[in-house]
Design a protein around this ligand. Sequence first.
Ligand code: ZN
Length: 149
Amino acid sequence: MFDVKDLYQEVIVDHNRSPRNFGKLDPAGRTLEGFNPLCGDRLTLYLNLDDDRISDISFDGSGCAISIASASLMTEGIKGKSVQEAGTIFTDFHELLTDSSRVIDLAAMGKLAVLAGVREYPSRVKCATLCWHTLRALLAGDDAPVSTE
Ligand code: ZN
């Protein structure tokens, strides 16, 4: 039997063990820190923009498996996208995790859909969205570190 939940678990474990785009980007046009005090997740995002396109993005830091896997999947999912496209993905992803009535379009979400299961654990939603809130602030040009509280 093929169990989709096992597959999701596998992807999260894999991205936590070998995070993609992990490490400092040098030089980085913009950097911003994000912190989730509830869990102790602490990430820094590094970003380079080419006009309005995200030409390169990376992250480092430490946190739980969900926060690391989410940042890994996020950087993989938005590299090369425009700022506007990244904003749309953010909105879809946020709704996916916070609105349980929402029908999930797994095909449109791509690999990010593996985090959909997190919505059954409200205390972990902030782990999964920390990197996204940090990204949104970074794209908006904020300098102040992001906290989920
Ligand atoms: Zn966490």
